[in-house]
Design a protein around this ligand. Structure first.
Ligand SMILES: C[S@@+](CC[C@H](N)C(=O)[O-])C[C@H]1O[C@@H](n2cnc3c(N)ncnc32)[C@H](O)[C@@H]1O
Length: 505
């Protein structure tokens, strides 16, 4: 299938297509309900959205093979050369930023929602700040270090099929298609998915296709690292099974992957989460280690990171290197170099501490804030692992922790050098209270915002940072202005990328 798909590429390398796709990306705003920060993740695409997206293609894609329909949904740019993909993303980012410029020039209300509500073309034709060329991903195929495979009815009607959805639950036309041909998936992820499917077909238990309809086996998440280690996390709906009954099935899962046919996956860790909710944290329902190592490790910019099953890590290690290098270069004031001098760095939504830790040698002090407890523990561990002593990590919601922290920092930074903030929230953007706390703290002169969906909720945050002071909304601090933007391609073959936007005042 891969060969067939690869063979089709040159036929569609048209600049017109690039323009159509730029429009489509912007209009669609990559609509989905997923609040995590991984736009390269397969998403459900309805027929209607599909038609709107690809107006130059036949109205229906139903004549296409299932694999091609899936590839078009998960990796819609797979037909383009990598050069054309980058061009498209650059234009897409430029257009988003032009619309931001429009909104800032017109002083539009900070309460507007997202760019998806601004379908008209931007009025500005020139940006008031530089947009640097997109940084390419060093690896283009098989770059993902985390994939989640669903379980549902396959093309042949078999309900124990592991793959990705084509269609939507709402339209009642979901088909689960195996992802072996997807360009962004590494071989190891595909292998684990195939083995999990084999295991399900051997199991006496039914899969959980719809939450209210019974069934047990749910999706599997596979995480890998550059060193070749593999972690699998199997999600399971307990329904009315007793703990003893569940134990039997957990044992059969372990046996399959450690002594049975699944041994070819060479799993370093096997986790199991029983849950009657679609997504829940370790605190809500523990990730149970059934076999092997509790963590997976990754290396970025020469720093080592421990990553828990529940913790976020950038999905493309090579591109994460480029992103963090750029953040490090642009983040701290001139004069900051190894050994400090960069003042205090706030790492808001810090995950396992990657940004703060990679910047720590140039900062005097790093304070990270993160919601997920396991990630905070990882961040603390990672600072120690890299012999770093100037980082601290605070658990909790940034909107709860940051306002109090800013009050404390008010007095200490008077003599403690500049204060810089790096924020890297999930797609839902930052809570208004976070923006207000940052904006109203006059010591922050530079703020770096990293977003994988700048046209979404992040746009609301950009406006809140840059609008004129608004006493009604208690946004009294001096306004920021964007000074430079750098796109980083974290997700080849998809229309998405990360955008680093630097604000100063
Ligand atoms: C896109 S990830 C970035 C993580 C980290 N900066 C990195 O580069 O690896 C967003 C992180 O924000 C965390 N998060 C989401 N909502 C949050 C909130 N309200 N307060 C603090 N952290 C939050 C998520 O758990 C996740 O770790």
């Amino acid at each position: 299938m891969l060969l067939i798909l690869a063979g089709l590429r040159p036929a569609l390398l048209k600049h017109k297509l690039v323009n159509v796709l730029v429009e489509a990306c912007l209009c669609s705003g990559a609509k989905d309900d997923d609040t995590t920060s991984d736009p390269g993740k397969p998403q459900k695409v309805s027929k209607k959205k599909w038609r709107k997206k690809f107006r130059n293609k036949p109205a229906s894609n139903e004549h296409l093979p299932w694999e091609e329909r899936l590839a078009d949904s998960v990796t819609p740019l797979w037909r383009l050369s990598y050069y054309d993909q980058l061009q498209l993303k650059q234009k897409h980012q430029e257009r988003i930023l032009l619309q931001l410029s429009d909104q800032l020039l017109c002083g539009e209300s900070t309460q507007h929602k997202s760019l998806t509500q601004y379908p008209s073309p931007p009025r500005s034709t020139k940006l008031s700040f530089p947009l640097l060329p997109i940084l390419p991903s060093p690896v283009r195929d098989g770059y993902r270090n985390k994939s989640t495979f669903s379980v549902n009815r396959g093309v042949d009607g078999n309900p124990k099929t592991v793959g990705f959805y084509v269609g939507t639950g709402k339209a009642g036309n979901i088909v689960c298609v195996n992802g072996d041909h997807l360009l962004n998936m590494p071989e190891r992820h595909k292998l684990v998915a195939r083995c999990y499917q084999d295991f399900l077909r051997l199991s006496a238990l039914e899969p959980c296709l719809l939450f209210h309809d019974g069934g047990h086996w749910r999706e599997v998440t596979v995480r890998t690292n550059a060193a070749g280690n593999t972690m699998a996390i199997v999600y399971f709906h307990p329904q009315r099974l007793t703990p003893e009954e569940i134990e039997v099935h957990k044992s059969s899962l372990v046996e399959y992957f450690t002594q049975g046919p699944g041994v070819i996956c060479q799993l370093d860790s096997l986790y199991f989460q029983e849950s009657s909710m679609t997504r829940c944290s370790h605190e809500e329902s523990p990730y149970q280690l059934l076999h092997g190592q509790p963590h997976i490790h990754e290396e970025v910019l020469g720093f080592k990171f421990r990553i828990s099953a529940d913790a976020f890590f950038q999905v493309n290690q090579g591109a994460a290197d480029s992103l963090y290098r750029t953040v490090r270069e642009m983040g701290l004031p001139n004069g900051a170099r190894e050994g400090g001098g960069g003042g205090t760095l706030l790492d808001v939504c810090c995950g396992t501490g990657a940004i703060g830790i990679t910047m720590s040698p140039r900062a005097d002090r790093v304070i990270g804030i993160e919601l997920i407890q396991q990630a905070v523990e990882d961040a603390r561990h990672n600072a120690a692992l890299n012999q770093i002593q100037n980082c601290e990590f605070l658990p909790g919601k940034a909107e709860v922790v940051l306002p109090g922290l800013m009050e404390v920092l008010g007095s200490t930074t008077d003599s403690g050098g500049p204060l810089t903030a790096v924020v890297n929230p999930a797609r839902a953007g930052l809570h208004y209270r976070v923006i207000r706390a940052l904006r109203n703290h006059s010591s922050i002169r530079r703020l770096l915002y990293i977003s994988c969906k700048p046209e979404g909720e992040a746009m609301r945050n950009f406006r809140e940072l840059c609008c004129s002071p608004d006493p009604h909304r208690k946004l009294t601090g001096e306004a920021f202005r964007p000074t430079v933007a750098v796109p980083v391609d974290m997700f080849p073959h998809t229309p998405h990328c990360e955008l680093l936007l630097v604000f100063e005042r």
